[in-house]
Design a protein around this ligand. Structure first.
Ligand code: 2AM
Length: 470
């Protein structure tokens, strides 16, 4: 057996599919998994006639690779990655390239980068988005860390990535944890968009009394306009899908508690640390948290009455407003994510090119959409653009659609239907476009109880008032 071009460790579905994808692009691949049964099952079921070589111990795995070795780790994020690196690093030589393709927390990636560096290993933290199908046919890959590592392994990653606007949806985005940070914010945006679509579905269902099929048709129609995107497309497919056992739309038979793996939470935690305004992403994380309180919600429904649903709803008018609301919620989710990346890049020294980030997201990843092309163009024209809504065509979208968002929210609140992402999208946009906010009162309150002082609109300096003096 000649030496393999690349090795993949971790044969859960993403690792298996990336190994198959690499092989389909002409690379020979050695694979290894901690538990031998998984390797055997993969080798037996999916690798016949392919240049994929199973190994059953790390020494053989390492010995089978062409030098400098190129290794893609696809193991569970967290302790598993540390446990693996502990075993793997002593087996490698200086100049070998190690890529973590999992959803690592960016702080872990920086620690591991330093750990690998002390052994002369060239390390990359690469966020990979696209789910199972993306891994097999072409994901989006957001790489960061050691540039020399990308020079060695980048061509392979670009070969397996999706083809989007301007080429492969894979790029070296910056030093340190830039890749995993961008992937984390990608997932934050994904949370917000998914929740906004769920809110639209809830309004169709509960205000308009629409069936799964009817809602599917609306999403399919939206998918032919500016909302065209992977998430809108799969939402239409999901709503159309019928449950064989009950004969009802399968979505109605699914428990209404959403799980999360943590990237949306990390994205919001980092937004708070940075002081960057990303409330819709946080609202989406909190919406999942509230959804998990299934038992309590069931009890509260009987105890806390809401309004009666309105009877006089004009269906086509509300659907029009709802499309506006969904479009703006999606645009504002991207706007917040891009703003977070801009602020993080400054604070953490990533040197991100936001146009390139948006370009990498144009295909392969879960948040791919038609909107990403004008987003990439907006940041190309103005790399320091502070907020996406300020640039065309997004400013015009705001002008054309904010009334629809307002009407949708009014309807939702009147009907007692929660719309946390749509609502926080409007709140953040309204606050951003308001030259004078009531934070003057906050300054006064802080000065009243804590003598924190305040600044005045008419002259420079810090002032304190004895508010209770006569
Ligand atoms: P396993 O099949 O032996 O559990 C996703 O869970 C992938 O991460 C699987 O391939 C899993 O291997 C791997 N994984 C989980 N914990 C690991 C560890 N401590 N060391 C190596 N691989 C691990």
């Amino acid at each position: 057996m000649s030496a393999s071009d690349i090795g993949v460790i971790g044969l859960a579905v993403m690792g298996q599919n990336l190994a198959l994808n690499l092989e389909s692009r002409g690379y020979s691949v050695t694979v290894y998994n901690r538990t031998a049964e998984r390797t055997e099952a993969f080798a037996e079921s999916r690798t016949a006639g392919k240049r994929i070589h199973p190994t059953y111990d790390l020494e053989s795995f390492v010995a089978s690779l062409e030098t400098p070795r190129k290794i893609l780790m696809m193991v569970k994020a967290g302790e598993a990655t540390d446990a693996l690196m502990e075993q793997l690093l002593p087996l490698l030589d200086a100049g070998d390239v190690l890529v973590d393709g999992g959803n690592a927390h960016y702080a872990d990636t920086e620690r591991r980068l330093a750990q690998a560096h002390t052994c002369g290993i060239l390390y990359l933290g690469a966020g990979i988005s696209g789910g199972e199908a993306g891994a097999l046919h072409g994901p989006a890959i957001m790489a960061g860390g050691c540039r020399e590592a990308y020079i060695v392994v980048g061509p392979m990653l670009e070969a397996v990535a999706a083809q989007g606007v301007g080429g492969a949806c894979c790029a070296f985005l910056g030093p340190a944890s830039a890749g995993h940070y961008v992937k984390m914010v990608h997932n934050g945006i994904e949370y917000a968009i998914m929740q906004a679509l769920a809110e639209a579905y809830d309004l169709m269902r509960r205000v308009l009394g629409m069936s799964g099929q009817g809602a599917a048709e609306v999403f399919a129609e939206w998918n032919r306009g500016p909302l065209a995107s992977y998430l809108v497309e799969i939402t239409a497919s999901i709503l159309r899908y019928s449950d064989e056992e009950s004969g009802r739309p399968l979505v109605e038979m699914i428990l209404d508690t959403a799980a999360q793996k943590g990237t949306g939470k990390w994205s919001s935690q980092s937004a708070l640390d940075l002081g960057t305004p990303a409330p819709s992403i946080a609202a989406a994380v909190f919406a999942r948290i509230v959804s998990s309180l299934k038992g309590e919600r069931g009890e509260a429904e009987a105890l806390l009455p809401g309004p009666e649903p309105a009877a006089d709803v004009d269906r086509s008018e509300l659907l029009d407003a709802l499309r506006s609301a969904t479009l703006l919620a999606v645009v504002i989710a991207y706007a917040q994510g891009m703003r977070q990346l801009r602020d993080a890049s400054k604070e953490r020294g990533y040197g991100l090119d936001l146009s390139e980030v948006a370009r990498v997201w144009t295909a392969g990843c879960i948040i791919r959409s038609q909107l990403l092309t004008p987003i990439a163009e907006a940041f190309k024209a103005e790399p320091e653009l502070p907020y996406l809504l300020l640039a065309e065509p997004f400013r015009t979208m705001w002008i054309d659609h904010h009334q629809g968002l307002r009407r949708t929210l009014a309807r939702a609140h009147e009907a007692g239907i929660p719309v946390p992402v749509m609502s926080s999208s409007l709140n953040v946009a309204d606050a951003y476009r308001t030259a004078r906010l009531p934070a003057n009162l906050l300054q006064a309150q802080r000065d009243f109880f804590g003598a924190h002082t305040y600044r005045r609109v008419d002259r420079a300096g810090s002032f304190h008032t004895e508010w209770e003096s006569p």
